[in-house]
Design a protein around this ligand. Structure first.
Ligand code: THU
Length: 126
């Protein structure tokens, strides 16, 4: 799949966002090494800290469906329908990626393709 098509799936996934507090819609699409796709969106809560990011929604769907080998994620975020600015994954989502992905895991954003190691050069593990 082309990066642009992959990113477009993340924009599409953001339509499911439940974000009445921030009004910032995020969509993520996670691709496994064997070609499966899992989507995610951010899901907010009146108790703000319970909010779940789009990326972790996608990871938790995938892992709970039995998939653990990941190749890439596309992430799209916007408050006004313009998805041209990159939505950089937060530290909590990077730590989940650190648990489940290798350094070469690809992160597809609005402005290009990155590797996990660029955002998280070192990782906490036990
Ligand atoms: N958010 C994500 O879903 N992913 C990110 O990478 C950054 C932030 C969500 C959390 C919250 O619902 C909203 O964006 C504003 O922080």
């Amino acid at each position: 799949m082309k990066d642009a098509d992959f990113f477009a799936l993340a924009v599409k996934a953001s339509e499911k966002s439940y974000s009445p507090y921030s009004n910032f819609k995020v969509g993520a699409v996670l691709l496994t090494k064997d070609g499966q796709i899992f989507t995610g969106c951010n899901i907010e809560n009146a108790s703000y800290s319970l909010t779940m990011c789009a990326e972790r929604t996608a990871f938790f769907k995938a892992v709970s469906s039995g998939f653990r080998d990941f190749k890439a994620i596309a992430i799209a975020g916007s408050s006004d329908g313009d998805f041209s600015k990159p939505c950089i994954p937060c530290g909590a989502c990077l730590q989940v990626m650190a648990e489940l992905c290798d350094d070469n895991f690809m992160i597809v954003l609005a402005d290009g393709v990155y590797r996990l190691s660029e955002f998280l050069p070192k990782r906490f593990t036990l």
